[in-house]
Design a protein around this ligand. Structure first.
Ligand SMILES: [Mn+2]
Length: 367
């Protein structure tokens, strides 16, 4: 019943869009679809690719597609002048109430920047005008998965050929790696592509990758010359980071610690400590970049401990002016305050070691 109703609606919707496009006249018939996506994010790139294929197969009104990455920043996220005269789609990123935005898909908990934006979205859902155009569901692990389900269930798209893409978007966006080995050795093409996408600077690489993601397998995307060129140096940096942390880290009473402040870095794979010390419950790392000294505090994602046996790391980091989530947090110090950062590290390590009682002792203590 429901499906039939939606199918009917879909038919008339497509017809209406085509009539509008026809009326524009030969010269104006070229309709561009601008896809705005979450930049430097594997799920963002996959979402843009899947949306393009969906638009091509089910909406069929665009002659060309272009891609623009969006990043979170203070103040306004959108520049109204960036939206074009044709279709404007936002995927895997916050809502925009601009009348020029014709499609929106998101799954983030914080999808609305303001109460007005949320009210605008709800208005369009309530009066039916945006029901088939704007989609929000925070229960989805990836936006790619959300677009795929809507495209299949509401618009009848065949998403079977895209299962590999959807599977990996869920793994990467949900950080659901099966093991520290999978996360650190990065044998899967999706892992390597994620690293390439996350380390991209400038705005040329991801728009170049997007059309390929739904056209070929992830392995074939990875084999492209322009991807291989970037991958080589990134993998070399990754292996060097692994060796450095191997040399510096140690595990004591459930807590892995390391200090690499003498080797400034703009980042390292955060699963390395658990790969080297699988028995560790927590990890407290001290690193330095051009603009800060960073204390990183994390929980082993593959720990066998239950949620109530684990410490809330956000609460600890907040005490030192940092923050984060229950399982992972960080504190930043100015580059010249390494001393203060070391004091924080020592205190946090002692606290976590005290909290990391073996499960049996924990059970006894609770009785
Ligand atoms: Mn996402």
């Amino acid at each position: 019943m429901m499906a039939g109703g939606l199918t009917g609606l879909r038919g008339s919707l497509c017809l209406e869009i085509r009539t509008v496009a026809m009326r524009r006249g030969a010269e104006e018939l070229r309709l561009d679809c601008r896809i705005f996506f979450h930049d430097k994010c594997f799920d963002g790139a996959c979402s843009a690719s899947l949306f393009m294929r969906f638009h091509r197969e089910c909406v069929k009104t665009a002659d060309s597609f272009s891609f623009r990455g969006l990043v979170h920043r203070a103040g306004g996220l959108f520049d109204e002048a960036e939206f074009g005269g044709g279709e404007n789609a936002i995927v895997d990123f916050k809502y925009s109430a601009s009348a020029k935005v014709t499609w929106w898909f998101d799954h983030h908990l914080s999808a609305f920047l303001t109460a007005e934006d949320e009210a605008d979205f709800k208005r369009g859902q309530a009066d039916g005008s945006q029901v088939l155009r704007k989609f929000y569901d925070a229960t989805y692990t990836s936006c790619t998965g959300l677009i795929a389900d809507i495209a299949r269930d509401t618009f009848g798209m065949n998403v079977e050929p895209l299962q590999e893409l959807i599977y990996w978007a869920n793994i990467v966006d949900g950080a659901k790696y099966e093991s520290a080995k999978a996360a650190v050795e990065m044998a899967e093409p999706a892992m390597k592509l994620t690293m390439v996408i996350e380390s991209s600077s400038g705005n040329e690489l991801v728009p170049r990758l997007i059309p390929l993601l739904t056209e070929m397998s992830l392995q074939e995307v990875l084999e492209q010359g322009f991807v291989q060129e970037l991958l080589g140096p990134l993998m070399a940096r990754h292996w060097a980071g692994l060796e450095l942390i191997r040399e510096r880290s140690r595990l004591e009473r459930g807590v892995i610690t390391f200090d690499i402040t003498d080797q400034p870095t703009e980042g390292y794979n955060k699963f390395i400590p658990y790969y080297l010390h699988p028995e560790g419950t927590y990890n407290v790392g001290l690193s330095k970049s051009s603009f800060r000294v960073k204390v990183s505090v994390g929980t082993n994602p593959w720990t066998t401990k239950t949620a109530d046996e684990l410490v809330n790391l956000a609460a600890i980091c907040e005490r030192y002016g940092g923050g984060g989530h229950a399982r992972v947090g960080a504190i930043s110090f100015p580059p010249d305050r390494e001393d203060a950062a070391r004091v924080a590290v020592a205190e946090i390590v002692a606290e976590l070691q005290g909290a990391d009682l073996p499960s049996a002792e924990m059970t006894r203590a609770k009785r």
